[in-house]
Ligand binder design. Sequence first.
Ligand code: ATP
Length: 345
Amino acid sequence: MSGLTLEAVSKQFGDLTAVDDVTLSVPHGTFVCLLGPSGCGKTTLLRMIAGLEDPSGGRLVLDNSDITAVPTHKRDFGMVFQSLALFPHLSVGENIAYALRIRGTPKADQAKRVEELLELVHLPGHADRPVSKLSGGQRQRVAIARALAVSPRLFLLDEPLSALDAKLREAMQVELRQLQQKLGITTIVVTHDQREAMTMADLVVVMGEGRIRQAAPPVEIYRKPADSFVADFIGSTNLLEIARDGSGGAIFAGKAIPGLALPSGLDRARLSIRPEDVQLTAPGNGSLTGRVTFLRDLGGTVETFIKVAGTTLTAVSTPRERPDVTAGDDIGVALPAEACVVLKE
Ligand code: ATP
């Protein structure tokens, strides 16, 4: 297969298993985000792909050849790390041309390539500027251009946008995605920001404790999380304890959820439903009745916190969609079966 394949890759640091039996296929041209909480092994996995860390077990295969033992400098990968590591005493152009110069590329070709790359990252005409005089976002673009100078086979980035303020970061996420699509380059980005992953990725790989918990397109991860860990990590969700009734239906808080069944053999399970899918009605009209405990009016949307038989649910609605209630009022709550995901763990 053209692309990158990880086969049962693992990494031990002494007694600690940082990456545990990771198997993943990344087709050529895919944008992958490795996502997960701090310490879940994202960076270690990226460093093994980069050749900066030797796997303790498993194989890495790129375009049908085994690269597990190929040293970093022979892999032809472009890398951008959080620290950027630009050379502060060099100009923008000299930074970008660094790898080309080492390879002995003729000077005129270097200058041409630098201008091409500066166009690509929206910094035309900046070749002679000192790096030290650039803004954070501009430095980021120079680091990206430098990593792309030698047309890498894989583009690897570790938290590349984390030093930027929220607004610039969001703009750069879109830019990075557009750039990747234009070049069609297989790209792997480490992030702990789920919004960033949802914006950029074709394939989101959610990791927990060194293992892949789910690898799927962003919308599938959001709509069909594989387990409670993924459901809870991606966006916010309501996780409810449900049980099976005599005829296989699902019961929450003593009431059946219309249209929802529990798979046979499962007496208890958890249900994940996103706050925007919880429907609020006048009391008595919904399948459940709860009491409003708190309201958070954010202008465009309103979050309603409702206590139903000891469990607090959150509903997010637009101001026009919700009944006019305040804290202390009773409210009807419906959980549409098509928005409910039954989780085994
Ligand atoms: P973060 O988001 O905080 O960067 P991460 O998901 O990238 O976390 P890693 O940096 O891959 O996680 O670390 C995974 C685990 O391996 C952690 O428990 C970490 O302490 C450990 N670890 C990483 N590098 C080493 C090392 N060189 N020696 C020993 N332990 C390490």
